[in-house]
Design a protein around this ligand. Structure first.
Ligand SMILES: NC(=O)c1ccc[n+]([C@@H]2O[C@H](COP(=O)([O-])OP(=O)(O)OC[C@H]3O[C@@H](n4cnc5c(N)ncnc54)[C@H](O)[C@@H]3O)[C@@H](O)[C@H]2O)c1
Length: 259
């Protein structure tokens, strides 16, 4: 792949999206954002919903790599009103628009929640080869994403990297939850590490055809996700561990928890 890879980041205005855009720009990649929330960073930004095919087609023009983050990012009461349109119908439109535009690589955001039951039973570290044990509807929607990612690699020969992400908190309340639970600190994903992970996925050699990997920061107490495949295939090694990086999430958290 060339040094500067034209990359589209969906969900670019979100928690992980902002970190990914910043890291890709720092490394000199050409970055376009897509989000239903208007944003000025990156300056090349398409505002639209995932179900707006015309907006997606505009956003895919000239793109070599897609990082698909836009989604309802956890369980919600209104499954049919949020998870189905964003994570199922929206995924369909994103994947098909990317395929028809000739995008060479798709990097898809899945979640550690696809193997929740195993983690809660304490059978860790979870490996990508372990059978899934999804938590609920949100995790099931990520299993659907993983399945169609495999389908695109098998049927269309497109390079697909599925990232089972650890916990990158969006709010002070989530920072508090992580501060209160050892297991959560071990699956923490700092914004900086999230940015570096996705940049590694963009830059991985074209021989990487279909890959499912975990992404997290360094564990504090116990290894819960096996990151050996992530290091071997993508060259990603976490640089931070909980609570490093929380100042990016909420400045107040640093003093509030004495972290
Ligand atoms: N943050 C975490 O701990 C975590 C863990 C595992 C997986 N993930 C996954 O990573 C991705 C990013 O999560 P995040 O924490 O940055 O979430 P976020 O809510 O901060 O960002 C999601 C972004 O997507 C946009 N979006 C949502 N639905 C959209 C739609 N229909 N059309 C256009 N834009 C839409 C939102 O406006 C938002 O800016 C998601 O796919 C999520 O499921 C996140």
């Amino acid at each position: 792949m060339p040094l500067s890879i034209p990359t589209l980041v969906t969900g670019s205005a979100g928690r992980i999206g902002r970190a990914v855009v910043a890291e890709l720009q720092r490394r000199g990649h050409q970055v376009r954002g897509f989000d239903r929330v208007p944003a000025s960073v990156p300056s090349d930004h398409v505002t639209g919903d995932l179900t707006d095919r015309a907006a997606l087609e505009r956003a895919m023009q000239g793109i070599e790599c897609l990082i698909h983050l836009a989604a309802t990012p956890d369980d919600v009461d209104d499954v049919l009103g949020q998870i189905v349109p964003d994570n199922i119908a929206g995924l369909f439109h994103v994947m098909e628009a990317a395929r028809l535009a000739g995008v060479k690589r798709l990097v898809l955001a899945s979640s550690g929640q696809v193997n929740w039951g195993q983690q809660m039973r304490g059978e860790v570290p979870v490996r990508v080869t372990d059978p899934p044990s999804p938590k609920y509807w949100y995790a099931a929607s990520k299993m659907f994403l993983e399945a169609i990612g495999c389908g695109f690699a098998e049927t269309h020969g497109i390079s697909v990297i599925v990232a089972r992400l650890g916990w990158c908190p969006r709010t002070l309340a989530q920072v508090e939850e992580i501060a209160a639970a050892e297991w959560a600190q071990d699956v923490y994903l700092s914004p900086g590490d999230a940015g570096r992970f996705f940049a590694c996925a963009v830059e991985a050699p074209p021989e990487v055809r279909h890959l499912v990997v975990y992404a997290a920061s360094r564990p504090v107490h116990r290894e819960r996700f096996d990151l050996s495949e992530t290091a071997a295939w993508l060259g990603y090694e976490p640089e931070e561990r909980w609570p490093q990086g929380i100042e990016v999430i909420d400045k107040a958290a640093v003093t509030r928890f004495g972290l």
